[in-house]
Design a protein around this ligand. Structure first.
Ligand SMILES: [Zn+2]
Ligand SMILES: [Zn+2]
Length: 367
């Protein structure tokens, strides 16, 4: 029905192979490659179907990994489709992350994790002394930070300087901020998929494929130029995963792989919004559907994306001609005037919109 091909303006896009009538479902992804419910909502959103009942707590809990579900059926389906498909490693790693972070945060809150000058460790919390002043402005500067982290965790680093061996640094490191905690869960699931895919005779369905995910466009430099502090968060997530991941997954917990995930999460993740979708909907979390990331944005889209449980559906909004590009709207900015709409797109998705509607409105405005 459609194919992914290079566009005339750069990157790839989806193009109709044949004429497609209005209201045709052209793509359906049953489940995200990885997803994370925002920490604030974790007890109020079903970890399987993403149902949200106006803040009411979900009734069913998975004992390991602290996941909440709207029903026993959702819990059982999650266990089979998600966890069993990955050797029960998803629940195992989520549990390890939650226990480690919760414990470290408690220690920090009690004051025991805060170093005093009398303590022998003169090294402050890990990344601070190596993160650059101001924004990392280039790929090279980001590279330098990661190189320095890699050197410090190498066995040759003195204990006092090695975040994985120095107990004080370890506690500070593990006491992630809430958004880092969510990001750690999202990255961990991606690395579990990578490990499972790397096993001989792996039969992971294509929407769980690391290889497909890896083909997405990375946006590390764009992201860090906009929010420089995230570099430190990325480093903390990487070090946390090194500390907690089970041994079979550890070979995949590399600087390269963690950076690959955070760089692709940026601008490729879909928001999990409270349904029915309105301008008042709560933002519940983020999910990555790699095969759906090839739909480009248009301010006058011919395809509507919609979430159905944990699946994403893409349906034509009008008749589409053969060869026409299939575009969705990335966010709820279509009602905004030209300038703010384009600003939102530039800020969150890093591009200058060249859609027909923008071109026409720009011409009308004499810009
Ligand atoms: Zn549910
Ligand atoms: Zn536009």
């Amino acid at each position: 029905m459609f194919r992914v091909a290079p566009t005339s303006y750069g990157g790839r896009g989806c193009f109709a192979v044949n004429a497609i009538p209005k209201n045709t479902t052209i793509h359906h992804v049953p489940s995200p490659f990885t997803a994370a419910i925002n920490r604030d909502f974790r007890k109020e959103v079903c970890a399987y179907c993403f149902a949200y009942d106006l803040g009411r707590a979900m009734k069913v809990r998975l004992d390991v990994a602290s996941l909440w579900f709207c029903s026993e059926e959702c819990k059982d389906t999650w266990i089979v489709e998600e966890d069993h498909a990955c050797d029960s490693l998803i629940s195992a790693v989520l549990e390890k992350i939650d226990v480690a972070v919760a414990r470290a945060r408690k220690t920090m809150q009690s004051g025991r994790g805060i170093a005093t000058p009398s303590e022998e460790y003169d090294v402050d919390y890990v990344p601070e002394d190596i993160i650059l002043d101001g924004s990392p402005e280039s790929a090279e500067e980001i590279e330098e930070v990661w190189d320095s982290i890699a050197q410090r965790i190498a066995n040759s680093a003195p204990v006092a300087h090695n975040p994985l061996k120095n107990p004080m640094l370890k506690v500070r490191l593990l006491a992630l901020e809430e958004i880092e905690w969510d990001l750690a869960r999202l990255v961990a699931v991606a690395l579990v998929r990578k490990y499972i895919e790397s096993k001989p005779n792996s039969s992971l369905p294509s929407h769980f494929s690391w290889t497909s995910f890896y083909q997405l466009e990375p946006h590390e430099v764009d992201l860090l130029a906009r929010v420089p502090a995230l570099l430190e968060s990325h480093v903390r997530v990487f070090l946390l995963l090194l500390l907690v991941m089970p041994s079979e997954i550890l070979p995949h917990v590399t600087v390269e792989n963690v950076r690959a995930v955070v760089a692709r999460e940026a601008a490729n993740a879909f928001g999990i919004w409270q349904l029915p979708l309105t301008s008042e909907s709560e933002f519940l979390g983020s999910a990555i559907f790699p095969s759906a990331s090839y739909f480009n944005h248009s301010c006058d889209p011919n395809v509507i994306k919609s979430r159905d449980g944990r699946s994403m559906k893409f349906t034509t909004a009008r008749d589409v001609n053969p060869g026409e590009e299939l575009c969705i709207s990335y966010g709820m900015m279509l009602d905004q005037p030209l300038e703010s709409r384009r600003e939102t797109l530039k800020e969150q998705w890093y591009f200058d919109c060249g859609c027909d509607r923008c071109s026409q409105e720009l011409a009308e405005a004499g810009l």
